[in-house]
Design a protein around this ligand. Structure first.
Ligand code: ADP
Length: 213
């Protein structure tokens, strides 16, 4: 991030004299507080300066961008996940296509009783099948889905950064958000509790840009 000459000067003043009020910074620069407001906003939003009510500004010691990186580590999947759209393994390809349109999602999760994860079905899986000439009114999604243990998933307490990295590494659009539950014979099952997709990442990106997070 490029700082203007004036912003550099403000940083120097706060480094030396902080905590210092906006009023005092304005006096040092012989400017009005209103003139300085956009600069102060940039310096606090980037995390370089911190503002405490009734105390003033002080230097955080953080590099530009560090604040954002910290947020991406701190925000968890639980904070931003969506509701999952699920179908059963016996659901036909035709019904899955209809559900995809009605629910307006690109990826659906295939579950068995108890919402336990069995597989994932994406737009392209369905498209490929419709090109294949099979009877989509009869063919169950269980035959064409990506099946466990090949499903990439994430747990609620994972950071958004970790989950977004999985989307990129595995070249997929969405991950089921799961909770580990004990199944038969101590076998670990995964209960689907949410959906994390590229849309969640884009929405968060916008919110971060607008300073809403
Ligand atoms: P699209 O098919 O709409 O481009 P994806 O890129 O997500 O969507 O899917 C590509 C392939 O990866 C599909 O065969 C799909 O079944 C599979 N897939 C999708 N999500 C996952 C996931 N979380 N884990 C494993 N495989 C997945």
């Amino acid at each position: 991030m490029e700082l203007s000459k004036r912003q550099e000067t403000i940083l120097e003043i706060v480094k030396k004299e902080g905590p210092i009020t906006g009023e005092q910074i304005a006096e040092r620069l012989r400017l009005t507080r209103a003139t300085l407001r956009p600069d102060m906003a940039i310096l606090t939003m980037s995390g370089m300066l911190e503002a405490r009510p009734r105390v003033g500004y002080f230097y955080s010691g953080k590099k530009p961008g560090q604040e954002l990186a910290e947020k991406l580590h701190q925000i968890t999947i639980n904070d931003i996940k969506s509701v999952p759209v699920v179908v059963s393994e016996q659901c036909t390809v035709y019904d899955a296509v209809v559900t995809m349109f009605i629910e307006d999602v690109g990826t659906m999760f295939v579950v068995r009783e108890g919402g336990l994860l069995e597989g994932v079905i994406s737009r392209k899986d369905l498209l490929k099948t419709t090109l294949g000439g099979q009877d989509i009114h009869k063919l169950p999604v269980g035959v064409i889905m990506t099946r466990m243990p090949n499903v990439v998933y994430v747990e609620s307490d994972a950071s958004v950064l970790e989950a977004a990295r999985k989307l990129i590494t595995h070249e997929v659009d969405a991950l089921p958000v799961v909770r580990q539950v004990k199944g038969k014979d101590d076998h670990k099952d995964l209960e689907v509790v949410g959906r994390f997709s590229k849309t969640n990442v884009t929405r968060l990106f916008v919110e971060l840009g607008e300073g809403a997070y």
